[in-house]
Design a protein. Structure first.
Length: 101
């Protein structure tokens, strides 16, 4: 094969490869779609972070509200416990497992 034919084939190869790349990068699954997917991923990550922060805040609020002193204060404010009354918290005993025979 002559040197000129090699150059022509190489040029055709470059043009074909370039055309293929341009068609696929501008197509429906090209760069625009890739950018849109990355934006969607960023938005979802931000939403997940916000939800995780909200969950942590709610967990702390649940822990705060489940303390017995706080429950006593709420019951007194709601009028369920008369003033001057002493509250006793009695917990149910846990059942003991039956001994193995």
């Amino acid at each position: 094969m002559s040197k000129a034919a090699r150059r022509v084939l190489f040029a055709l190869f470059l043009v074909g490869t370039g055309s293929y790349a341009v068609v696929h990068l501008r197509g429906p699954d090209g760069l625009a779609d890739l950018r849109a997917r990355h934006e969607r991923i960023r938005a979802l990550r931000k939403e997940v972070k916000e939800k995780n922060d909200e969950n942590e805040k709610l967990k702390k609020n649940i822990e705060k509200l489940s303390k017995k002193d706080h429950l006593d204060q709420i019951q007194r404010q709601d009028g369920k416990v008369p003033p001057g009354t002493i509250l006793f918290h009695v917990e149910e005993p846990k059942p003991e497992p039956a001994p193995a025979p």
